[in-house]
Design a protein around this ligand. Structure first.
Ligand code: DC
Length: 689
């Protein structure tokens, strides 16, 4: 997950490979609540791990449900439910910005508090307190539920209370509005089986029900938990007498069809080679309404093959065809169409999207603002949006995401602008502000995206300098701040030196060391293992082993200094170094990153510090590791390495002509990082005023 203030996407020019989707948010939170209400234990497989499911799990835990994550497979969670009886009668629940947690929990706890007694408060982030819930409260109050507005009437936070032995007034049908959000009906459908032990419970919908496919998901999952709701058209729903939640034992969560939309769109725009973009997790037979987004994408040009649990997408018609569509049935995925419209040959219009205004943000206003920033012409109304693509080159835009995961994911597709006919040489990077917001439903969205795209002009920040100048620390900090990958090229020379010793080859045998260097069995740790390195075995008769610590030894540095003076070794490691240049960008540190390996790097920094300072830093470092060291000897060693690194005939250590010089003798690490980031900012095209 990119937990950074912004993420810059380089131009994306192709897509192929396989994406595995995270579990559906809508299914995950409904299943969790149903499992939490049922008796016994439900094993939930492929559960989405995101902000919205985390708040639901926390709420269920606070209510006394058993929640256990499978250690071997963290996407499997065992929920032991309440069996319809409250164990905890007072709780203060924080539900973030998760509508799929807030609405059903309000209904469920209102019913339970009325029948069994209790006091519950439900709150969320400030935006949650602007998302309407009055229609649900209005449906529950006539039943006898006591619900207090703790803030603005009709919006969370709410307090629910009741005394044990209360009754619900169920003689008349429960009336709920269906034309603002279908989540109110869903909430009632999920909660009211609690009141249907001895009598039918009837819910009547006022107004035209929107987002029917989401109600279908609800009915489908209720059926899996033993509750067969009778649906009469889309206006009346009867929960039959005798209903009781029964665990299905195990239940699998489908991949998220709304999340699939970004990759279907990516395939339609960028999968123009032989191989398709394959999406795993949803496909034929999905119970999610947003799967119908695929039909809309096909109408715009995508070529899609479907199978059980998978989709394969190719680019078809290009540029895309504009679309006019009533999107009432696919409100979330419709946002993706608004961004696909940027790649169409004319104006597209999406109708029936009034519900966008009450989602994570006012999505109509947000989408209009950001598409306009890119250069599109947008007309927006109460329930529609019309998008005309930019006439010429797009503008470099820093995209606001409004704490809305879908804004971030949708707008990332703007990075494909280089594929628009005539724009290949004019593509701008796209800056996504607050990329962490994707954690609501798809924490690894950007990692998944970068895993299947081909990028052009991937930026490199080259940081060269003498030994112990602090390049490694600086490079790692800059890479972390930008979400870029990291190449510690010294480690490759160090590994080549170690490998030579393992193989019993003299570090001066140029041809033999070069052969070894061209096939180093290196593996670099990812994620939690970042910074660790292994030799994968068997290698020259030795089993594989972790070499993280060996790489950092002074003796290994000296070996590296010797093998790195051999031209054939440098050539042998060249390709490996280039392969680190991947989206979204790279920070590379070494001796010749700016001069030889990445001469086109848009920012080159030459980092120096006095020999005295460097010797002192190295000394401190060694002492802190419990290794005894002698300061004058270290300094002499450093100076000898400087001389060798700078005087060798190939790729000698020297600043690139266009390098920025940074003497950090007197600077703390944070100041050096800020200096490099501010140079980087100057080279980016975004207006950040
Ligand atoms: O940065 P370091 O101390 O890990 O580098 C170890 C040796 O590798 C150093 O003495 C010079 C050599 N090196 C190089 O020649 N070119 C690079 N790009 C990186 C390191």
């Amino acid at each position: 997950m990119y937990d950074i203030p912004f993420l810059d996407l380089p131009p994306l020019v192709g897509a192929s490979g396989t994406v595995r989707l995270p579990g559906s948010k809508s299914i995950s939170n409904r299943v969790l609540l149903l499992a939490g209400l049922a008796a016994g234990t439900t094993v939930v497989q492929d559960l989405l791990d995101s902000d919205d499911t985390r708040v639901m799990l926390d709420a269920l835990r606070a209510l006394g449900c058993g929640i256990e994550r499978d250690a071997a497979s963290p996407a499997t969670v065992r929920v032991t439910g309440l069996g319809g009886t409250l164990r905890v009668h007072e709780a203060d629940l924080f539900l973030g910005n998760a509508g799929t947690a807030m609405r059903p929990l309000v209904a469920t706890l209102a019913v339970l508090a009325t029948l069994q007694g209790g006091r519950f408060t439900l709150r969320g982030v400030p935006r949650m307190h602007e998302r309407p819930i009055g229609d649900l409260v209005d449906a529950l109050r006539p039943l006898g539920c006591r619900i207090d507005d703790l803030g603005q009437p009709g919006y969370p936070p709410l307090a629910l209370h009741g005394t044990a032995g209360g009754r619900l007034a169920l003689d008349a049908p429960i009336r709920v509005r269906g034309d603002v959000s279908s989540q109110f009906l869903t909430a009632l459908l999920l909660a009211l089986p609690l009141a249907a032990a001895t009598r039918d419970v009837v819910i009547a919908v006022d107004g035209e029900l929107i987002s029917k496919p989401y109600v279908e998901i609800t009915l489908n999952l209720l059926a899996r938990f033993g509750i067969a709701v009778r649906r009469e058209g889309w206006q009346r729903f009867v929960i039959p007498a005798g209903s009781a939640y029964a665990t299905p034992g195990a239940i699998h969560v489908e991949g998220d069809a709304s999340s699939a939309s970004y990759f279907v769109a990516l395939g339609a725009i960028a999968a123009q080679g032989g191989a398709p973009l394959r999406i795993e997790g949803v496909g034929e037979g999905s119970i999610q309404g947003d799967i119908r987004f695929v039909d809309a994408a096909e109408a715009m040009g995508a070529q899609v093959k479907r199978g059980p649990g998978w989709l394969e997408v190719h680019r078809g018609r290009w540029p895309l065809a504009p679309i006019r569509l009533d999107c009432t049935a696919i409100p979330d995925a419709a946002m993706t169409l608004a961004v696909m419209a940027l790649f169409a040959t004319g104006t597209s219009r999406l109708d029936g999207i009034a519900s966008w205004r009450v989602k994570e943000t006012d999505r109509i206003a947000a989408m209009a603002a950001e598409l306009t920033k890119l250069g599109a012409t947008v007309v927006a109304g109460a329930d529609f949006i019309e998008v005309t693509p930019p006439a010429g080159p797009w503008r470099a835009a820093a995209i606001h995401t409004y704490d809305d995961h879908r804004m971030a994911m949708c707008l990332s597709l703007a990075a494909c602008q280089a594929l628009v006919p005539g724009l290949a040489g004019h593509a701008q990077p796209v800056r996504i502000l607050d990329p962490r917001c994707v954690a609501k439903t798809f924490p690894d969205y950007f990692e998944a995206l970068f895993g299947v795209v081909e990028a052009a002009d991937v930026p490199v920040i080259a940081i060269d300098g003498p030994t112990a100048s602090g390049k490694g620390t600086l490079a790692a900090a800059v890479a972390a701040a930008l979400g870029y990958g990291l190449l510690d090229s010294g480690a490759l020379y160090r590994a080549a030196g170690l490998a030579a010793v393992d193989a019993g080859i003299s570090p001066d045998d140029e041809a033999a060391v070069a052969t070894l260097a061209s096939r180093l069995p290196l593996r670099f740790g990812q994620g939690a293992d970042a910074g660790r390195t292994w030799f994968e075995g068997p290698f020259h008769g030795r089993p594989g082993r972790e070499i993280t610590d060996e790489l950092r030894l002074e003796s290994t540095g000296l070996l590296a200094s010797r093998v790195s003076a051999l031209p054939a070794v440098r050539t042998a490691l060249h390709g490996l170094q280039l392969s680190f240049r991947r989206a979204p960008g790279l920070v590379a540190d070494g001796r010749d990153m700016g001069t030889v390996v990445f001469p086109d790097a848009p920012l080159k920094v030459f980092l120096t510090a006095s020999a005295e300072q460097r010797a002192e830093r190295r000394h401190k470092q060694l002492i802190s590791k419990g290794i005894s060291a002698n300061l004058p000897a270290l300094r002499a060693d450093l100076e000898a390495r400087d001389r060798r690194d700078s005087s060798r005939p190939v790729a000698p250590l020297k600043p690139a002509e266009d390098a920025k010089l940074l003497d950090n003798s007197e600077l703390g690490i944070e100041q050096s990082v800020q200096q490099v980031l501010s140079w980087w900012q100057e080279r980016r095209p975004f207006d950040v005023s």
